[in-house]
Design a protein around this ligand. Sequence first.
Ligand SMILES: O=P(O)(O)OC[C@@H](O)[C@@H](O)c1c[nH]c2ccccc12
Length: 265
Amino acid sequence: MDTFLDRILDTKSEEIQHLYQQDDLLTKPVQHSTKPSLYESFKRDDQLSIIAEIKRASPSKGDINIGIEPPEQAQLYEDAGASAISVLTDKPYFKGSIDDLVDVQHNVNVPVLCKDFILDPIQLKRAKQAGASVVLLIAAALSPERLNDLYEQATALGLEVLLEVHNEAELDIALSIGATIIGINNRDLMTFNVDLSVTESLIDRIQDPDKVIISESGFRTKDDAERVAKAGADGILVGESFMKTDDVEGALSQLRVPTTRRGSS
Ligand SMILES: O=P(O)(O)OC[C@@H](O)[C@@H](O)c1c[nH]c2ccccc12
């Protein structure tokens, strides 16, 4: 049986073909982002840094919050203390768009992450053009060679990369590529099962104290945040619980718990 990841990867190939037909994407020079570095700001922070996500819907939850205006929601996030904003730009499964990202990045000063299933360099170019400063690359969606290739091309475009892993084999690939910002997704993209112990068990394999580690998915309570902070995460990525609350400020500030240093230095 096809998993969700198989299905989405098929859909993306069609989208990529369309992108190659957009002349302005191929010819326009890429713009220089004025956003600060996610890596630097997360490293400096002694509280858990938060990437707050614009997520209207998802394949596992259906509609989450269809009514929001992304630039306003992003502003609420920034005012509440988010250190970066993630925008889901996938349309078929998450009801987002690249225009959401364009609107959001105009409205905030923190780094903006383009959250999509990136398989081809043209998607990097589109993200850059739209004003993203960070892109997501998902180890489960790419061969190690392709992942390495896209990582280098993203870096060459001046984009930072959040490299997402979910198991030991993927983490080892991320480390061999030399990824500096590693996302540990607590959600299995095949089964949608969410378990914070994924972060706890993988983080011990990352000895280098210079890496920025971001635990992704499933955060609601202060206890959740404390659990991964204790394990050594520098930041967390939160979507659904911020999209559903009437009190973004309260929901976000309770998750800004102190971090603990990993490694010896
Ligand atoms: O809504 P949550 O459980 O707070 O999760 C946010 C984020 O981690 C999740 O949207 C995500 C993590 N990795 C992804 C890859 C593709 C799409 C979505 C994701």
